[in-house]
Design a protein around this ligand. Structure first.
Ligand SMILES: [Zn+2]
Length: 211
């Protein structure tokens, strides 16, 4: 165990559980391999935290990130949009559909906030902090700061997209950040797991086992 990652059992730590939704689990529209394996790990991990935030990818139909919105394009291709390159995905996590619901076995009754993201049809949002234009805030920074949070622990799906972007933004906002890699699973598109590890290492964000 990484000594610096010990949870203080106090008010200064938060666990952010990223996108543990049916569409990202086996059988879902954008299944992360073994994505459901994070559920028991997160249930155990969350018991150690007083503050927990759940994020929920929550798209309108015809969202810009859906390949089906772009004639002739297929999932996992990349297109140029107003804020830069955007990977296209299968339709997923459409608002109020079963695929957008949390995995049925996720059990975090004391979570204080469910943060939805990706509602703007014209901007994708991997990160829990900023949409993919990197400038539109979700408000989570203010939520955490007003609660005196200093350290952010991240777990969930997918390690190399929404967990990565959330960790990077949290670090840029000067939180102390840990990614609990045992409680994450990745998509690994074109080496994205390896590039996530190197990016997080460069930012001083440790990937730790379950504390
Ligand atoms: Zn999405």
């Amino acid at each position: 165990m990484n000594g610096g990652a010990a949870i203080s059992d106090g008010d200064g730590d938060v666990l952010i559980v990223v996108d543990v939704q049916n569409d990202f689990c086996p059988g879902g529209a954008l299944a992360v391999p073994c994505g459901d394996e994070v559920v028991p790990a997160i249930n155990r991990l969350a018991e150690k935290f007083r503050h927990v935030v759940l994020t929920q990818d929550w798209h309108p139909r015809r969202h810009l990130s859906f390949a089906s919105t772009h004639p002739g394009k297929r999932p996992f291709e990349t297109v140029a949009v107003s804020y830069g390159p955007q990977v296209l995905w299968p339709d997923h996590c459409v608002q109020e559909t079963p695929g957008a619901a949390f995995h049925k076995d996720l059990h975090v009754p004391h979570a204080g906030l469910v943060l939805r993201k990706g509602m703007d049809r014209a901007i994708d949002s991997y990160s829990a902090f900023y949409e993919n234009d990197r400038t539109t805030p979700t408000g989570l920074v203010g939520y955490l700061r007003t609660r005196g949070i200093a350290r952010v622990y991240l777990a969930g799906l997918a390690f190399d997209f929404c967990v990565r972007y959330s960790a990077e933004d949290a670090r840029r906002e000067n939180f102390i950040v840990f990614v609990v890699e045992d409680a994450c699973r990745g998509i690994d598109l074109d080496g994205s797991v390896a590039s996530t590890r190197s990016s997080l290492a460069a930012l001083g964000v440790p990937c730790i086992p379950q504390p």
